[in-house]
Write a protein that binds this ligand. Structure first.
Ligand SMILES: CC(C)(COP(=O)(O)OP(=O)(O)OC[C@H]1O[C@@H](n2cnc3c(N)ncnc32)[C@H](O)[C@@H]1OP(=O)(O)O)[C@@H](O)C(=O)NCCC(=O)NCCS
Length: 172
């Protein structure tokens, strides 16, 4: 099922047959450099994939990670989405993005982040979105800041010290 479309990308729900493509990204140490759990095995990738194929968090059925396809080639080039968390007693939704290396630095991270913010605010009616970023992850920080997210505070999240960036819905 298609979730959203940008100029160059399509986001659709993940499928079981995305395993090889997803694992090709998750096994790569450079792509997974700033993730607390680092690279994943094929089995760990399958577990995560199964969770999202099964609908993800039952309390938040419209959130999740989605396959990110290059419109021109149809290639699976990443997984991006909106992930629910409880942080310091507050319900938060994280904008998540991860792309194949050969697609970095072509403006796609920015394109997808803009589209996810629009989807979260306009389609889902969310009032605030966040990004949880390793303070060393310059690519992610820049991508978040360019889309309008601002540094709010440092937190400890899932065993990782990270920076919380946030953006509130534009005034309606
Ligand atoms: C984060 C990520 C999605 C960015 O994607 P991208 O398509 O390269 O981003 P864009 O081309 O839209 O660039 C957005 C901004 O970030 C900057 N940027 C991108 N990579 C950068 C890097 N390695 N170092 C510094 N700045 C970087 C770009 O220059 C651009 O800013 P500018 O317009 O002011 O020059 C990509 O690097 C990625 O998949 N990384 C691995 C997974 C990851 O760490 N995800 C985030 C977890 S919090």
């Amino acid at each position: 099922m298609k979730i959203l479309e940008t100029r160059r990308l399509i986001l659709r729900t993940l499928r079981p047959d995305d395993l090889d493509d997803l694992f090709a990204l998750y096994r790569d140490p450079e792509i997974r450099r700033y993730f607390p759990d680092g690279t994943l095995t094929r089995e760990q990738t399958r577990e995560e994939l199964d969770w999202f194929v099964g609908g993800g968090d039952p309390d938040h059925p419209r959130l999740g990670l989605w396959a990110t396809l290059d419109k021109e080639t149809g290639r699976f080039i990443g997984r991006c989405g909106l992930i629910p968390w409880g942080i310091d007693g507050r319900d938060e939704v994280e904008v998540a993005y991860l792309l194949a290396k050969d697609h970095w630095r072509q403006g796609l991270g920015g394109e997808i982040t803009q589209a996810l913010l629009h989807y979260g605010f306009k389609e889902l009616g969310l009032s605030r979105l966040i990004a949880l970023i390793d303070p060393e992850n310059q690519a992610s920080i820049r991508t978040a800041e360019k889309a309008g997210l601002r540094f709010e505070r440092r937190i400890e999240h899932e065993g990782m010290r990270c920076s919380l960036y946030a953006i509130a819905t534009p005034v309606r």
